[in-house]
Ligand binder design. Structure first.
Ligand code: DX5
Ligand code: ZN
Length: 221
């Protein structure tokens, strides 16, 4: 089963509860939550009090994407606030092996995100600990950016690595995902497709989520 994960960053925060309820009613499987600290990325998004409300109203798997330095300081807190998947950036973790282990010890799925400039080859010695690898298809920090085409190549490389190393890792694509690129991305090996602006800025988000889901390709590459 492949997964659509709307990114709440693009939602209207003036009506957050309705936006979460829209996702609850939709064909989406996960809800993607972007946590930004203004240090690792040039933007600050939202934090604990907002997550508390999201946990209260959402019925979906909470996919927490930490774009923060020293993420290990907050793992317990994110788990307490309902995170099912916790993804940390490769670029922020000096002791990535330990951090992944800590996430798993909390009972969460552990994810590693890679910036567009970071090659998938850096993952070879930790892939067995990663339930998910998030390939950033834009530079992290903002929604609504243009999809970076090199992501297709990285997705195929990562899929090959996962097959060779026989791990159960899911591939997530984050940034600029829309109805035009979702088929090719899933064909290349993507399992989880994050979409922010394409869903929330549409007049008909429920139909858009359905459209994305219908365009997912299940063929092997
Ligand atoms: C970017 C975030 C993404 C973003 C996706 O830093 O990690 O999750 O919200 O938004 P769109 O789909 O609008 O590019
Ligand atoms: Zn994200």
């Amino acid at each position: 089963m492949k997964i659509i994960a709307p990114s709440l960053l693009a939602a209207d925060f003036g009506k957050l509860k309705q936006e979460i309820e829209m996702v609850n009613q939709s064909q989406a499987d996960w809800l993607h939550l972007d946590i930004m600290d203004g240090v690792f990325v040039p933007n600050i998004s939202f934090g604990m009090p907002v997550l508390e409300m999201i946990q209260k109203y959402s019925t979906k798997i909470l996919d927490v994407h930490l774009m923060i330095v020293q993420p290990e300081r907050y793992l317990n807190e994110f788990q307490r606030l309902g995170a099912n998947v916790i993804t940390v950036h490769y670029e922020t973790c000096t002791h990535l092996h330990r951090t992944l282990q800590q996430i798993k010890d909390l009972g969460c799925k552990a994810g590693i995100a890679l910036n567009p400039h970071t090659p998938v080859s850096v993952l070879s010695d930790v892939l067995y600990l990663a339930d998910l690898v998030c390939l950033m298809s834009v530079n992290p920090g903002f929604g609504g950016q243009k999809f970076i085409e090199n992501t297709y190549k990285k997705t195929k490389e990562l899929k090959k690595m996962i097959t060779e190393l026989k791990t159960n890792t899911q591939i997530e694509i984050d940034g600029g995902v829309n109805a035009d690129n979702i088929s090719l991305l899933s064909e290349a090996g993507a399992d989880v497709l994050v979409a922010g602006n394409f869903v929330f800025k549409s007049e008909t988000p429920l139909q858009v989520i359905q459209e994305l889901k219908n365009k997912i390709c299940y063929c092997n590459f």
